[in-house]
Ligand binder design. Structure first.
Ligand SMILES: [Mn+2]
Length: 356
């Protein structure tokens, strides 16, 4: 594995490349062109400028998170073909610049969903948390406005104000889209882009739905072992793979994460590893420190499973707690993610040495 940190780019992130460079063992960043909108072509020049900025700081771009998918592709509108063409052009430009891992998701309207972005935790930190009762009782537009208002002034990934200013229209557009439709639209998209991925050796890594069940009655299709395998089989190309996100799959405690990892060697192209504290399974949970004993997951078993399948892709700590008074995008401060990276590196070193 290759330890990385997510970085949103100069002007969008409170964390600088210089600071990331000082986390032991972190050699690369997972980044994006944050100013682009879903459906736009990423120009070669813009990608190269980003790459040069990262490399000047002594790091590399280990992958992109995310190249977002335009809603017309997910809905399956006739206009999708043009947006898929644009996506292919972006992949070509990334491939020409030597970038070979692209994370994306296929969630309608909202990306990850949390009901509180700064829930006080027992140790005095604040964390992102989820309460199903809140989701069940709130209007989606109000929910978006609240989330946006509580993000410390940062635009959070997947919560772009331009797109979500029209939440009601978006919901209307998805009104007749079933899970089966969404799945078929994903397969249509993947089949169209695979020749380009083959040409440039680009690994596509779909991010699981977070939480791993339908919210606001919107369909969800990447929620567990069975439907992930269905997706991998529907487009059975090694470049069609998964972002193994423990925090997303782990929202549903029926998901046995080490078992999921071991079931798909060669098809996990990227890993997000973090811990959750479950209070009421399926209804109430909050994010925890990465350390196993701070939450519900056995992080050693997760890292061991990745090691056992010979995982060589980029990995990153995921949402951290906000600690030590840091002012940052919720979940994306420096301190707790740096602690997470060190902890995961420590587990990996011990696993490597003890498995020889
Ligand atoms: Mn994730």
């Amino acid at each position: 594995m290759k330890m990385t940190l997510r970085w949103f780019g100069t002007g969008y992130d409170s964390v600088t490349l210089d600071k990331i460079r000082q986390i032991p063992g972190v050699k690369g960043v997972i980044t994006t062109l944050y100013s682009t909108k879903p459906g736009e072509v990423w120009t070669r020049e813009a990608i190269r400028a980003l790459k040069e900025e990262v490399e000047a700081a002594g790091l590399e771009i280990s992958g992109i998170e995310s190249v977002n998918i335009h809603d017309d592709i997910k809905i399956g509108l006739p206009t999708r073909d043009q947006y898929i063409e644009n996506y292919i052009k972006t992949l070509e430009n990334l491939g020409e610049e030597g970038i070979k891992m692209v994370c994306y998701n296929f969630m309608p309207v909202f990306d990850w969903t949390r009901t509180d972005l700064a829930k006080p935790r027992h140790d005095g930190s604040t964390v992102l948390s989820y309460d199903q009762n809140v989701v069940d009782s709130i209007d989606p537009q109000v929910f978006f406005d609240q989330t946006d208002a509580n993000s410390n002034g940062f635009v959070m990934p997947g919560w772009e104000p331009e797109r979500l200013a029209h939440v009601k229209e978006l919901f209307d557009a998805y009104k007749n889209v079933t899970e089966e439709d969404l799945f078929n639209n994903l397969v249509y998209f993947l089949k169209a882009i695979m020749p380009t991925c083959d040409k440039y050796d680009i690994n596509m890594a779909i991010h699981p739905d977070d939480p791993a069940w339908p919210v606001f009655n919107l369909p969800r299709i990447i929620t567990g072992k069975e439907n992930i395998h269905r997706m991998l089989k529907a487009v059975d190309n090694p470049h069609n793979g998964l972002t193994l996100c423990t925090g997303s799959l782990g929202t549903n405690l029926d998901n046995d994460i080490p078992d999921i990892i071991r079931s798909m060697p060669g098809r996990i192209h990227f890993a997000h590893v973090r811990n959750l504290q479950h209070w009421i399974p399926g209804k109430l949970f909050e994010e925890a420190a990465h350390l196993s004993s701070d939450g519900t997951f056995d992080m050693y078993e997760i890292m061991k499973a990745l090691h056992d399948i010979g995982f060589e892709g980029p990995i990153r700590p995921d949402h951290g707690r906000t600690v030590w008074g840091e002012v940052c995008m919720p979940g994306y401060g420096l301190y707790d993610r740096a602690m997470g990276a060190c902890y995961l590196n420590g587990l990996w070193e011990a696993i490597e040495k003890s498995s020889k």
